[in-house]
Write a protein that binds this ligand. Structure first.
Ligand code: SAH
Length: 421
């Protein structure tokens, strides 16, 4: 038996559903487990708590996979977990052709992330235990998801903490370099090889749909009573008469938010991103959907753009801010909060009176409360009064384990912005 015994004076994290045992919580290890082996986690009295994958060197010593003592943790077990993850998505998502199919810890598969792009699965293997089982995992992905190809994008730096090299390439079938997916009715081309992370950020899909009511009118338009909510009509009206909101999409990446704004009736969207690759992909997406004439693209540092736009007294009906994670560790939180304050302050100043700020943070160590406080501070400095209209987090294909605060990484809010006069 390979057992990991925990110290008495630890937090009852495992009991509360957090799936990691940290090295400093271990009293003793018996049975000499190697990295990737299945171990039993026991409390200081020897009571069984969970089974998980062991790592000899990582700070995360055990990643829990089951709370059952009897279950045999083998390839069949992993396949079964994948099946459950897939069945869950089929039950709750409207469309499963393209979505996050497996979301690591939250699906009981620690260190394994799989995004499905139509017939291609893109896999990120982030733990040594999963890496050891790669062959079986790829087989199971093909079987369970019914995909024709599997592409690996294990090029996330966190792999190094598990002693793993970065690795990417085609693992099964014939892997195309890009795939066109459908999201909320839009067509988006995703570059699987060169795109950031696995190519597309599925976590914001439902949040992108949430911007619809805020982009179809400009702040000057007086909605008539008969202009009830109809996305298709809004889009057509915007195309023909240039009604609808003017939108700034900062940190636009490949334009997913921007394309939604245009579909929902925005008159014009300015996309800002420092990555030329991301913006050329955004252009392709604008073309695919027939929106090229309502979009402009700026390859520039968003901080500089916001500063310049403020100096030039530019104004938009809606400003969207979806930056990369400013903090990846607790130590970086203070600096990150300064960053969030700066972009939200500058972003707010660019919103017309009565317009909307759509803002997000994907920094997992920054709490909801800290983030909202910073936005509130920014509003006070900008002499604005904010009304929060939406608060959301990641979509249904990114469920959150309640006992794992790291899962609550995505914060998304929409505010109405009024001047204090
Ligand atoms: N809104 C996007 C995701 C944004 S990811 C979507 O819905 O898909 C963050 C983006 O910010 C990346 O595309 C990255 O290239 C860009 N980025 C990072 N730092 C930046 C900076 N200082 N200025 C502008 N863009 C930046």
């Amino acid at each position: 038996m390979k057992d990991v015994w925990l110290i008495k004076s630890r937090k009852r994290r495992i009991e509360q559903g957090h799936p990691w045992v940290f090295r400093n919580e271990i009293e003793k290890i018996t049975g000499d487990p190697a990295t990737g082996d299945v171990v039993q986690v026991k409390n200081h009295q020897g009571h069984f708590l969970a089974q998980g994958f062991y790592h000899e060197a990582s700070q995360i010593a055990v990643r829990v996979v089951t709370y059952s003592e009897k279950e045999k943790v083998d390839d069949r077990f992993l396949r079964e977990k994948m099946k459950q993850a897939w069945q869950y998505r089929k039950r709750v998502l409207r469309h499963t052709a393209s979505c996050r199919a497996i979301y690591g810890e939250a699906d009981g598969l620690p260190g394994l992330v799989v995004d499905k792009y139509e017939q291609v699965a893109v896999v990120q293997i982030l733990s040594a235990a999963m890496d050891k089982r790669k062959e079986a995992i790829v087989k199971a992905i093909v079987d369970v998801l019914g995909v024709k190809a599997v592409y690996e994008r294990s090029d996330a730096p966190v792999r190094q903490l598990e002693g793993l090299e970065l690795s990417s390439g085609c693992l099964y079938g014939e892997c195309p370099s890009s795939v066109t997916i459908k999201e909320n009715g839009l067509q988006l081309e995703v570059n699987l090889v060169e795109g950031q992370k696995t190519g597309h950020f599925f976590d914001q899909r439902e949040n992108r749909a949430a911007i619809a009511p805020f982009v179809r009118f400009s702040t000057e338009e007086k909605p008539r009573p008969d202009q009830h909510y109809d996305e298709q009509k809004a889009h057509l009206a915007a195309e023909s008469t240039r009604v609808g909101a003017t939108v700034l999409d900062c940190f636009s990446h490949t334009g997913a938010f921007a394309m939604h704004a245009l579909m929902y009736g925005a008159a014009h969207v300015t996309l800002v991103d420092s990555s030329e690759v991301a913006l050329s992909q955004a252009k392709i997406n604008a073309e695919l959907n027939g929106y090229l004439d309502r979009a402009s693209f700026e390859v520039v540092n968003a901080f500089d753009y916001l500063r310049q736009a403020e100096q030039e007294k530019q104004q938009f009906d809606v400003v969207i801010l979806d930056p990369p994670a400013f903090a990846k560790h607790k130590k970086a939180v203070d600096q990150a909060l300064k960053g969030y304050k700066e972009i939200n302050l500058r972003g707010l100043k660019l919103v017309k009176d009565g317009g909307f700020l759509v803002t997000a943070s994907c920094s997992s160590p920054v709490t909801r409360q800290e983030w909202l406080e910073v936005i509130h501070d920014a509003a006070m400095d900008a002499h604005k009064l904010l009304r929060m209209i939406e608060y959301r987090s990641a979509g249904k294909d990114h469920p959150q384990l309640l006992g794992m605060p790291e899962n609550d990484y995505l914060k998304f809010a929409i505010f109405e912005v009024k001047s204090r006069g």
